[in-house]
Ligand binder design. Structure first.
Ligand code: ATP
Length: 237
Protein backbone atom coordinates (compact mmCIF):
# COMPACT_ATOMS: atom_id res chain seq x y z
CA UNK A 1 0.00 0.00 0.00
CA UNK A 2 1.37 3.37 -1.04
CA UNK A 3 2.36 5.71 1.81
CA UNK A 4 4.09 8.33 -0.29
CA UNK A 5 3.61 9.13 -3.94
CA UNK A 6 5.23 11.81 -6.07
CA UNK A 7 3.80 12.42 -9.49
CA UNK A 8 5.58 14.49 -12.13
CA UNK A 9 7.17 16.77 -9.53
CA UNK A 10 9.06 19.84 -10.71
CA UNK A 11 11.02 21.92 -8.18
CA UNK A 12 13.15 25.01 -8.68
CA UNK A 13 15.73 27.07 -6.84
CA UNK A 14 15.00 30.42 -8.45
CA UNK A 15 15.59 29.68 -12.13
CA UNK A 16 17.46 26.43 -11.51
CA UNK A 17 15.19 23.56 -12.54
CA UNK A 18 16.35 20.99 -9.94
CA UNK A 19 13.61 18.33 -10.28
CA UNK A 20 12.29 17.68 -13.76
CA UNK A 21 9.23 15.49 -13.49
CA UNK A 22 9.97 13.13 -10.61
CA UNK A 23 7.57 10.24 -10.01
CA UNK A 24 8.35 7.88 -7.16
CA UNK A 25 6.39 5.76 -4.75
CA UNK A 26 7.16 4.44 -1.28
CA UNK A 27 4.97 1.68 0.11
CA UNK A 28 4.22 1.09 3.77
CA UNK A 29 6.97 -0.96 5.40
CA UNK A 30 9.57 -0.42 2.69
CA UNK A 31 13.09 0.94 2.69
CA UNK A 32 13.51 2.86 -0.54
CA UNK A 33 16.79 4.46 -1.50
CA UNK A 34 17.62 7.31 -3.86
CA UNK A 35 20.96 6.99 -5.60
CA UNK A 36 22.71 9.61 -7.70
CA UNK A 37 25.81 11.72 -8.13
CA UNK A 38 26.41 15.02 -6.36
CA UNK A 39 23.88 17.57 -7.44
CA UNK A 40 21.49 15.02 -8.99
CA UNK A 41 18.64 16.31 -6.83
CA UNK A 42 18.37 13.71 -4.06
CA UNK A 43 18.24 16.23 -1.21
CA UNK A 44 15.84 18.37 -3.22
CA UNK A 45 13.42 15.44 -3.43
CA UNK A 46 13.45 15.09 0.36
CA UNK A 47 13.04 18.85 0.82
CA UNK A 48 10.09 18.87 -1.58
CA UNK A 49 8.44 16.01 0.31
CA UNK A 50 8.89 17.50 3.78
CA UNK A 51 7.56 20.89 2.74
CA UNK A 52 10.84 22.79 3.06
CA UNK A 53 10.17 23.69 -0.55
CA UNK A 54 7.06 23.33 -2.67
CA UNK A 55 6.90 21.90 -6.17
CA UNK A 56 5.96 24.24 -8.99
CA UNK A 57 4.22 21.42 -10.78
CA UNK A 58 3.13 17.89 -9.91
CA UNK A 59 1.88 16.39 -6.67
CA UNK A 60 3.18 14.90 -3.44
CA UNK A 61 0.69 12.59 -1.77
CA UNK A 62 1.17 11.26 1.73
CA UNK A 63 -1.34 8.77 3.13
CA UNK A 64 -3.57 9.60 0.19
CA UNK A 65 -3.58 13.33 0.92
CA UNK A 66 -2.05 15.97 -1.33
CA UNK A 67 0.62 17.77 0.75
CA UNK A 68 2.36 19.64 -2.08
CA UNK A 69 1.60 23.02 -0.55
CA UNK A 70 1.42 22.00 3.13
CA UNK A 71 3.70 23.71 5.68
CA UNK A 72 6.58 21.64 7.12
CA UNK A 73 5.25 21.63 10.72
CA UNK A 74 1.89 20.28 9.57
CA UNK A 75 3.67 17.58 7.59
CA UNK A 76 5.65 16.56 10.68
CA UNK A 77 2.39 16.33 12.61
CA UNK A 78 1.05 13.92 10.00
CA UNK A 79 3.80 11.42 10.86
CA UNK A 80 6.74 12.13 8.58
CA UNK A 81 10.16 13.29 9.80
CA UNK A 82 13.09 14.45 7.67
CA UNK A 83 16.64 14.26 9.03
CA UNK A 84 18.45 16.68 6.72
CA UNK A 85 21.99 16.49 5.44
CA UNK A 86 24.23 18.13 8.03
CA UNK A 87 21.84 16.84 10.70
CA UNK A 88 20.50 20.21 11.89
CA UNK A 89 20.90 19.61 15.60
CA UNK A 90 20.91 22.57 17.97
CA UNK A 91 24.56 23.14 18.99
CA UNK A 92 23.85 25.30 22.03
CA UNK A 93 21.27 22.93 23.51
CA UNK A 94 22.20 19.81 25.44
CA UNK A 95 21.55 16.33 24.08
CA UNK A 96 18.53 16.03 26.36
CA UNK A 97 17.15 19.40 25.24
CA UNK A 98 17.69 18.46 21.60
CA UNK A 99 15.67 15.31 22.16
CA UNK A 100 12.93 17.26 23.93
CA UNK A 101 12.76 19.62 20.95
CA UNK A 102 12.11 16.60 18.77
CA UNK A 103 8.98 15.94 20.79
CA UNK A 104 7.83 19.55 20.98
CA UNK A 105 4.33 18.65 19.90
CA UNK A 106 3.91 15.95 22.53
CA UNK A 107 1.97 17.07 25.56
CA UNK A 108 2.50 13.78 27.30
CA UNK A 109 5.58 13.97 29.54
CA UNK A 110 5.77 10.23 30.20
CA UNK A 111 5.60 9.49 26.47
CA UNK A 112 8.44 11.97 25.91
CA UNK A 113 10.50 10.19 28.59
CA UNK A 114 9.67 6.80 27.12
CA UNK A 115 10.78 7.78 23.63
CA UNK A 116 13.92 9.42 24.98
CA UNK A 117 14.70 6.19 26.78
CA UNK A 118 14.16 4.28 23.54
CA UNK A 119 16.59 6.58 21.69
CA UNK A 120 19.15 6.04 24.44
CA UNK A 121 18.69 2.28 24.18
CA UNK A 122 19.38 2.42 20.44
CA UNK A 123 22.33 4.75 21.00
CA UNK A 124 23.81 4.16 24.47
CA UNK A 125 26.46 6.77 23.64
CA UNK A 126 23.77 9.45 23.88
CA UNK A 127 22.65 8.30 27.30
CA UNK A 128 26.12 9.01 28.69
CA UNK A 129 26.03 12.48 27.14
CA UNK A 130 22.55 13.80 27.93
CA UNK A 131 24.00 16.93 29.56
CA UNK A 132 26.57 17.66 26.86
CA UNK A 133 26.05 20.47 24.33
CA UNK A 134 25.04 19.22 20.89
CA UNK A 135 27.75 21.28 19.22
CA UNK A 136 30.49 19.50 21.16
CA UNK A 137 29.45 16.01 20.06
CA UNK A 138 31.54 14.19 17.47
CA UNK A 139 30.14 13.92 13.94
CA UNK A 140 28.97 10.37 14.56
CA UNK A 141 27.33 11.29 17.85
CA UNK A 142 25.57 14.21 16.17
CA UNK A 143 24.18 11.81 13.58
CA UNK A 144 22.95 9.50 16.35
CA UNK A 145 21.32 12.49 18.05
CA UNK A 146 19.67 13.61 14.81
CA UNK A 147 18.14 10.16 14.33
CA UNK A 148 17.14 9.81 17.99
CA UNK A 149 15.53 13.25 17.83
CA UNK A 150 13.57 12.29 14.73
CA UNK A 151 12.33 9.18 16.54
CA UNK A 152 10.84 11.33 19.29
CA UNK A 153 7.91 11.86 16.89
CA UNK A 154 7.54 8.10 16.39
CA UNK A 155 7.28 8.70 12.63
CA UNK A 156 5.53 6.43 10.14
CA UNK A 157 7.94 7.67 7.48
CA UNK A 158 11.54 8.55 8.27
CA UNK A 159 13.56 10.33 5.60
CA UNK A 160 17.31 10.27 6.08
CA UNK A 161 19.70 12.38 4.03
CA UNK A 162 23.23 10.94 3.95
CA UNK A 163 23.19 9.43 7.44
CA UNK A 164 26.62 7.85 6.92
CA UNK A 165 28.32 11.06 5.79
CA UNK A 166 31.71 11.54 7.41
CA UNK A 167 31.39 8.55 9.73
CA UNK A 168 34.02 5.93 10.51
CA UNK A 169 33.19 2.51 8.95
CA UNK A 170 32.15 0.99 12.27
CA UNK A 171 29.66 3.79 12.88
CA UNK A 172 28.36 3.50 9.33
CA UNK A 173 27.53 -0.12 10.11
CA UNK A 174 25.86 0.84 13.36
CA UNK A 175 23.71 3.48 11.66
CA UNK A 176 22.68 1.03 8.92
CA UNK A 177 21.88 -1.64 11.50
CA UNK A 178 19.67 0.80 13.30
CA UNK A 179 17.88 1.84 10.11
CA UNK A 180 17.20 -1.85 9.49
CA UNK A 181 15.96 -2.34 13.07
CA UNK A 182 13.61 0.63 12.80
CA UNK A 183 12.25 -0.75 9.56
CA UNK A 184 11.77 -4.20 11.08
CA UNK A 185 9.69 -2.50 13.77
CA UNK A 186 7.45 -0.96 11.12
CA UNK A 187 8.93 2.42 10.20
CA UNK A 188 8.96 3.14 6.47
CA UNK A 189 12.27 4.62 5.34
CA UNK A 190 13.29 6.85 2.44
CA UNK A 191 17.06 6.91 2.37
CA UNK A 192 19.46 9.15 0.45
CA UNK A 193 23.01 7.81 0.45
CA UNK A 194 26.34 8.35 -1.26
CA UNK A 195 27.24 4.91 0.02
CA UNK A 196 25.06 3.21 -2.57
CA UNK A 197 26.29 -0.29 -1.86
CA UNK A 198 25.35 -0.10 1.82
CA UNK A 199 22.05 1.53 0.97
CA UNK A 200 21.18 -1.19 -1.53
CA UNK A 201 22.14 -3.86 0.98
CA UNK A 202 19.31 -2.84 3.31
CA UNK A 203 16.80 -1.34 0.85
CA UNK A 204 13.93 -3.14 -0.83
CA UNK A 205 13.87 -0.87 -3.86
CA UNK A 206 15.75 2.06 -5.28
CA UNK A 207 15.62 4.87 -7.80
CA UNK A 208 18.60 6.22 -9.71
CA UNK A 209 18.55 9.94 -10.24
CA UNK A 210 20.46 11.93 -12.85
CA UNK A 211 20.29 15.72 -13.16
CA UNK A 212 16.81 15.93 -11.76
CA UNK A 213 15.31 12.92 -13.50
CA UNK A 214 14.77 9.27 -12.53
CA UNK A 215 16.71 7.08 -14.96
CA UNK A 216 16.25 3.64 -13.38
CA UNK A 217 13.76 2.20 -10.91
CA UNK A 218 14.16 -1.38 -9.69
CA UNK A 219 14.49 -3.73 -6.74
CA UNK A 220 17.66 -3.26 -4.69
CA UNK A 221 18.88 -6.72 -5.74
CA UNK A 222 18.51 -5.89 -9.45
CA UNK A 223 20.15 -2.49 -9.03
CA UNK A 224 23.14 -4.14 -7.36
CA UNK A 225 23.49 -6.43 -10.38
CA UNK A 226 22.92 -3.71 -12.97
CA UNK A 227 26.28 -3.15 -14.72
CA UNK A 228 25.58 0.53 -15.44
CA UNK A 229 24.72 1.13 -11.80
CA UNK A 230 27.79 -0.84 -10.72
CA UNK A 231 30.05 1.29 -12.90
CA UNK A 232 28.55 4.64 -12.04
CA UNK A 233 27.65 4.29 -8.36
CA UNK A 234 29.14 1.16 -6.85
CA UNK A 235 32.74 1.75 -7.84
CA UNK A 236 32.94 -1.48 -9.88
CA UNK A 237 34.42 -1.84 -13.39
P1 ATP B 1 24.63 15.89 -3.00
O1 ATP B 1 24.82 14.42 -3.01
O2 ATP B 1 25.85 16.63 -3.51
O3 ATP B 1 24.06 16.45 -1.75
P2 ATP B 1 22.00 16.00 -4.27
O4 ATP B 1 21.70 14.93 -5.24
O5 ATP B 1 21.40 15.91 -2.92
O6 ATP B 1 23.57 16.19 -4.18
P3 ATP B 1 20.70 18.57 -4.43
O7 ATP B 1 21.32 19.13 -3.21
O8 ATP B 1 19.30 18.14 -4.37
O9 ATP B 1 21.58 17.36 -4.98
O10 ATP B 1 20.88 19.64 -5.60
C1 ATP B 1 20.23 19.53 -6.88
C2 ATP B 1 20.57 20.77 -7.71
O11 ATP B 1 19.99 21.94 -7.12
C3 ATP B 1 22.06 21.06 -7.81
O12 ATP B 1 22.34 21.52 -9.10
C4 ATP B 1 22.30 22.17 -6.78
O13 ATP B 1 23.38 23.00 -7.16
C5 ATP B 1 20.99 22.90 -6.81
N1 ATP B 1 20.71 23.49 -5.49
C6 ATP B 1 20.58 22.84 -4.31
N2 ATP B 1 20.32 23.69 -3.30
C7 ATP B 1 20.27 24.91 -3.86
C8 ATP B 1 20.03 26.23 -3.35
N3 ATP B 1 19.77 26.43 -2.05
N4 ATP B 1 20.08 27.25 -4.23
C9 ATP B 1 20.32 27.05 -5.54
N5 ATP B 1 20.55 25.84 -6.09
C10 ATP B 1 20.52 24.80 -5.26
Amino acid sequence: MSLLKLENVHSYYGRIHALKGISIEVNKGEIVTLIGSNGAGKSTILRTISGMMHPKKGSVEYNGKNISQTAPHDIVMSGMVHVPEGRGIFPTLTVKENLEMGAFTLRDRSLTEERMEYGCTLFPRLKERLGQYGGTLSGGEQQMLAIARALMMDPDLLMLDEPSMGLAPILVELIFDIIKTLNDKGTTILLVEQNALMALSIAHRGYVLQTGEITVSDTAANLKNNTEVQKAYLGMD
